[in-house]
Design a protein around this ligand. Structure first.
Ligand code: MN
Length: 266
């Protein structure tokens, strides 16, 4: 086997855009672990969920991106995080990556936010295709010290490369906003039962027409001590296995008891 194949190939994306501090620190941390290729949105795409672009062309522009080992292969994509991973896997990578990694997101992706997250969706796109995938989020909005979360990401990636990865899932990793030395360790968690209590601010535009701006508050209704929210609130790196099969299996049996009528025949 050729030497170049001994290093894992790692595809990196995000939803904060290719110029975000988080993806820079992720690429820097993983440059040492494998061969890195980056395909990330040209513009910020936070909270676009799993949106894909169907009615416009998608363009991928080579992008100057420096890592510790020098210039990395990188593309700025005129689309969503899911577009980036779909396009990269079909057209931009030299071979199928061993791992797809998304982030490091600026802000947490815990509880129900997984469903809105572009960061998680980039990883989901890889999981759908059976490629091991990880989404990383740093629980602090805006800027911050991504050095600690980069070190954490490197350790999680090494774990994934060293172990048998369950097919069809991704790991959703949330890293608390505390110094590296104060992190307690890693905790396998579930999504907390929490939700946004939606509240739209209403204002008037210059023509006296009302407009609305989303500004909800996040409410945790879950008292469990094994949730993603509990973990990051208590100094643990939260690792939640996530799957894209949204079937509510627990509801199937009771639904089958309903008196469903045959539509054809008699
Ligand atoms: Mn984001």
């Amino acid at each position: 086997m050729a030497d170049s194949y001994e290093r894992p190939l790692i595809l990196i994306s995000n939803d904060d855009g290719i110029e975000a501090a988080g993806i820079l620190s992720l690429a820097a941390a993983l440059d040492a672990v494998g061969d890195v290729i980056i395909a990330a949105p040209l513009q910020e795409m936070s909270a676009v969920g799993h949106a894909i672009t169907m009615r416009d062309p998608v363009r991928a522009r080579p992008w100057p991106f420096r890592g510790p080992s020098g210039q990395l292969t990188a593309y700025a994509v005129s689309g969503t995080p899911a577009d980036c991973v779909k396009l990269a896997l079909d057209k931009l990578v030299p071979r199928q990556p061993d791992l797809v990694v998304s982030g490091i997101n600026h802000g947490p992706n815990t509880a129900v936010n997984v469903i809105y997250s572009g960061t998680v969706s980039a990883a989901t796109e890889a999981a759908i295709l059976g490629i091991p995938a990880i989404a990383f989020s740093y629980c602090r909005w805006g800027s911050g010290d991504f050095e600690a979360s980069g070190r954490v990401a490197q350790q999680v990636v090494q774990q994934v490369l060293d172990n048998a990865f369950p097919p069809g899932i991704l790991l959703n990793v949330n890293i608390p906003d505390i110094p590296y030395e104060q992190l307690k360790g890693f905790m396998i968690t579930r999504q907390a039962q929490a939700r946004w209590e939606e509240q739209f601010s209403e204002r008037l535009d210059p023509f006296d027409r009302p407009y609305y701006w989303l500004s909800g508050t996040f409410v945790n209704m879950d008292e469990g001590t094994n949730t993603d929210l509990w973990a990051v609130d208590n100094g643990w790196v939260s690792i939640t296995p996530v799957q894209h099969d949204l079937t509510a299996y627990r509801a199937m049996e009771s639904l089958q008891q309903w008196s469903w009528r045959r539509l054809s025949g008699e």
